[in-house]
Structure formats: structure tokens, C-alpha cells
Design a protein around this ligand. Structure first.
Ligand code: HEC
Ligand code: HEC
Length: 428
């Protein structure tokens, strides 16, 4: 096995989470230092509304109201207008926000009942569930780390469920060109849509050469969207949990119990991957992800049509630099941040769950009651040859079928109550 979860746990305990946190904090500090501070205000996104109305109000783009101490950020402003522009899809009507709904922490299903979002064309669906786009400014490039005691390296960082993209600016062309998402034929057609947009003149003012070639237009589009998604207002740190670590809020007894279970290595052990540090008053030290990739072996999503090929996650990356196509990387998906998880409409890379409580109950009873989750009683969305890589050692998975779960029903409720404290103020 890779760095077994036990090794990972030992490492985290031994180092007091030092190594990870130091890297993360130094990154945060430099990120913060290089960006203008800005009070959390997602209010400069349009008021939460349904995907359909966002898509139809394509040209009613929101205006940016910079805080008095923040210099105007023209690129972020343009990025926001692009993000909410329903005329960039083919056929028109599907903006980025159609799937990444601000009211759902910029995740969403675009009206689909399958757990994965509908695209711009009828009957077309994205392959995976839509991740939240908040807190993306902290995501680092994809890389491998090889610990001395590990059999093979650990993957960290990168965008998408499988880490196949290294920058927001570069990945934006993927949804635009994907026939199951925004459906543009080629970059030329995207450039034409930009050129006839209400903000074409502003784009020209910002980038002299924006319409020189279709490639340049798409590149400029990516730079603007990246400026928007990494702006301070997209990492608000305004949840009850954030106020709690700042000493400005108190958790209820149920929430506090959930937080203890979340960190207890004999109970939930959630924080070994969904990293947090409640002893630090700095919310950035609680990202609720270690940016790693794990084989949780989520059940197959039976609302999706049977797929000819299983989704193998990281080992599908074609990457000459990192050779991530080896078997130990198969079935690995990124550990998502749990910030704002309670407002998401579907969960896990395949959108199999639609209720947060089911996700937590799955963790609690995957080992003790597998038949509740898997049609065949065993990891039914992962080919058998990869089962040896599934995380099985720490609690709550470290038991056999029929044994008592590490977390009972009351514990599951407490964990859900704790996860609900991670919802930012603007979304409550
Ligand atoms: C049809 C729904 C849909 C539309 C429209 C859409 N996305 Fe996404 N987005 C997704 C899905 C699904 C993923 C995850 C894909 C994966 O991991 O393979 C994703 C992932 C992302 C990510 C990576 C997030 C992360 O945590 O790694 C970013 C950034 C993103 N989208 C931005 C955009 C932008 C910008 C647009 C508009 C140009 C857009 N998306 C349009 C569904 C959509
Ligand atoms: C071994 C690392 C690891 C541990 C421990 C862990 N998780 Fe996760 N978590 C993940 C990964 C990886 C995913 C995504 C899995 C997938 O989609 O295939 C995930 C997904 C989730 C999601 C869905 C989020 C979303 O946006 O779809 C929730 C909720 C969650 N975990 C809660 C918990 C709780 C509660 C615990 C403790 C009982 C826990 N996790 C323990 C790695 C971990």
C-alpha cells in the first residue's frame, strides 16, 4: 500500500501536523501578502438564485463593489462577467454559474437529478460532480511527495477531482470546449462569442491583443476568470467555525461533540485527511483538506447510465512528468475541502450521495454494513484488481462486516452538526 493511512496518521500525530501546516501556512502567508486584504464579501456576486435564472439573465452581469481599501481589480471584474455570461455556451444559456451556483458555494447540478450536472445540450451530463469554487486560491500545483517509509509516492495539489490541471487560467477551456458541458466547437467560436459580448471593449482595454488570435482570446478569458476565482471575496472565512477559532462564537454541545469525533483517531479520524487546527486562531490553518488523493471507494452512482469504463481518477492522468498512470493511483480522488459542504446538492466525485447525512453514515458503516452501500456487497465502482489500495486501516473502517460501527447514529448526527458550522455566513 501507499503511505498507509496508519503511517499518515502517525506522521500527522508525530509532527503535530507540522510539516503540512508549515508548508500550507507559508503559502497562505505569501498569498495573503501578495494580495490586497479585503473583508469577506461574497455580496459582490449576484444574489443567490437558481441556475436557470442565472443562465437566462446572461447579460445582467453583476457589478463589482470594491471595498474602500481595495484597488479596483479590472481582471477580476471581467472574470466575474465572463463567469455569469450565459452566451458563452453552445447553444447559449449555460454559463459557468449554471453549474457553479453561488448559492451552492459555486457547486451545483444545473437542474439534473443524477448527481452530476446537465450540460448545455439536452441529455448531456458532466462526467463528475461539480466541485465548489470557493477557497481555490490555496490550491497548489500537482506534485508527488515520496516519504521514506512509503512504498510509492503520495499525490498532492492540482485542480479537478483527479488533479489533471495545474492552473485555473489553463483549465477554463475544458468546460468551454467539453461537448457535455458548454459545447463550443473550438476556440474560434469562443473568441467570436467574447468579441460580441457586452464587455468586449473592456477586454480590449485590458489586453491590447486579446482578439489577435482565438488562442489569445481564450488565454485572456482564463486569466480573468482566475483573477475572479482567486480574489479575496471567494475565500470568505466567515463560517461559525471560523468565528469559533477566532474566539468570537461558541459551538453547541452537539457541534462540539461532532468536532471531537471528527478529530478522534478511534472514531471519525476525519481530520487526518480533512485537515483542521482548531487551536489556531487563524482560519487558514483549517482548510479541511490536505490536498491529497485517497481511495475511499464510494459506491457506484446508479442514477448514471452504466459507463463503459470505470472512472479511475488520478491514474487516468496522462502526465509524462509524474507517471501517475500506475495501479496504486487508480481509484484515487482528491480529498475535497469540507468548507460549505452542507450547501452542496450532491457529494463525492460521482455525485452518488445527495444528503450529507448519507455521506457520514457511509463512512461510519462502510466496513460493518457494506451491503447497505454496495450492490454486490463490495466496492462496486472500482475494479477488483485495485481493491488492495482502498483505505481500510484507520477507524472507522478498521472492522469487519457485522461488527459494531466506530460511530453510532448519534455520532453521525453530531458530525453532520459540526459540518454545518463550516457554512460561510453569506450562504446561511
Ligand atoms: C456543465 C457543468 C459545468 C459548467 C458549465 C462548468 N463547470 Fe466547472 N466543473 C464542472 C465539473 C463537473 C468539474 C469537475 C471536473 C473533474 O474533476 O473532472 C468542474 C471543475 C471546475 C474547476 C476545478 C475546481 C477544483 O476544485 O479543482 C474550475 C476552476 C471550474 N470548474 C471552473 C469553471 C468555469 C470558469 C466555467 C465556465 C467557463 C465552468 N467551470 C463551467 C462542471 C461545470
Ligand atoms: C483517507 C482520507 C479521508 C478520511 C479519513 C476522510 N475523508 Fe472524507 N473524503 C476523502 C476523499 C478522497 C473524498 C472524495 C472521495 C471520492 O469522491 O471518491 C472525501 C469526501 C468527503 C465528503 C464529500 C465532500 C464533497 O464535496 O463531495 C464528505 C462530506 C466527507 N468526505 C466527510 C468526511 C468525514 C465526516 C470523515 C470522517 C468520518 C471523513 N470524510 C474522512 C478523504 C477522506
Amino acid at each position: 500500500m501507499q503511505t498507509s493511512p496508519n503511517t499518515k496518521r502517525a506522521r500527522l500525530v508525530a509532527a503535530g501536523a507540522g510539516a503540512l501546516i508549515v508548508v500550507f501556512v507559508s503559502f497562505v502567508v505569501s498569498a495573503l501578502a501578495s494580495r490586497p486584504a479585503r473583508p469577506a464579501a461574497m455580496s459582490d456576486a449576484p444574489p443567490p438564485s437558481s441556475a436557470a435564472s442565472l443562465a437566462s439573465s446572461a447579460t445582467a452581469t453583476p457589478t463589482i463593489d470594491p471595498a474602500p481599501d481595495e484597488p479596483p481589480n479590472r481582471r477580476a471584474d471581467l472574470g466575474r462577467r465572463i463567469f455569469f455570461d450565459g452566451d458563452l455556451s453552445d447553444p447559449p444559456g449555460t454559463s459557468c454559474a449554471a453549474c457553479h451556483d453561488p448559492a451552492r458555494a459555486y457547486s451545483g447540478v444545473h437542474g439534473s437529478a443524477t448527481g452530476v450536472a446537465s450540460g448545455s445540450r439536452p441529455g448531456r451530463f458532466a462526467r463528475r460532480s461539480t466541485p465548489s469554487l470557493l477557497y481555490l486560491r490555496f490550491v497548489r500545483r500537482f506534485h508527488l511527495r515520496w516519504d521514506e517509509d512509503a512504498d510509492f509516492p503520495e499525490a498532492l495539489g492540482g485542480f479537478f477531482w483527479d488533479g489533471r490541471a495545474d492552473s485555473i487560467a489553463a483549465l477554463v477551456e475544458q468546460p468551454l470546449l467539453n461537448p457535455n458541458e458548454m459545447g463550443n466547437r473550438d476556440k474560434r467560436s469562443i473568441a467570436a462569442r467574447l468579441a460580441s459580448s457586452a464587455y468586449a471593449a473592456d477586454l480590449r482595454a485590458e489586453f491590447d491583443d486579446v482578439f489577435a488570435t482565438p488562442e489569445r482570446a481564450v488565454e485572456a478569458l482564463g486569466e480573468c476568470v482566475e483573477a475572479f476565482l482567486t480574489s479575496a471575496s471567494m475565500s470568505p472565512f466567515s463560517s461559525k467555525y471560523d468565528d469559533f477559532v477566532r474566539g468570537q462564537a461558541t459551538l453547541t454541545p452537539l457541534e462540539a461533540r461532532g468536532m471531537a469525533l471528527f478529530q478522534d483517531h478511534t472514531k471519525g479520524a476525519c481530520s487526518s485527511c480533512h485537515t483542521m487546527n482548531p487551536r489556531s486562531p487563524i482560519p487558514e490553518r483549517s482548510p479541511f483538506t490536505d490536498y491529497g488523493y485517497e481511495v475511499v471507494a464510494v459506491p457506484r452512482n446508479r442514477r448514471l447510465p452504466p459507463s463503459p469504463a470505470p472512472d479511475l481518477g488520478v491514474c487516468e492522468r496522462k502526465d509524462p512528468k509524474f507517471h501517475t498512470d500506475d495501479a496504486p493511483f487508480c481509484g484515487r480522488f482528491r480529498t475535497p475541502s469540507l468548507r460549505n459542504v452542507a450547501v452542496r446538492p450532491s457529494f463525492m466525485h460521482n455525485g452518488v450521495f445527495t444528503r450529507l447525512r448519507d455521506v457520514v453514515a457511509f463512512y461510519a458503516t462502510r466496513a460493518t454494513d457494506p451491503r447497505r452501500w454496495y450492490a454486490n456487497g463490495h466496492f462496486d465502482d472500482l475494479p477488483a484488481k485495485y481493491w488492495s489500495y482502498v483505505d481500510t486501516s484507520p477507524a472507522p473502517y478498521d472492522r469487519r462486516e457485522g461488527e459494531t460501527p466506530a460511530l453510532d447514529d448519534g455520532d453521525v448526527d453530531a458530525l453532520v452538526a459540526f459540518l454545518e458550522t463550516l457554512t460561510d455566513k453569506e450562504l446561511r
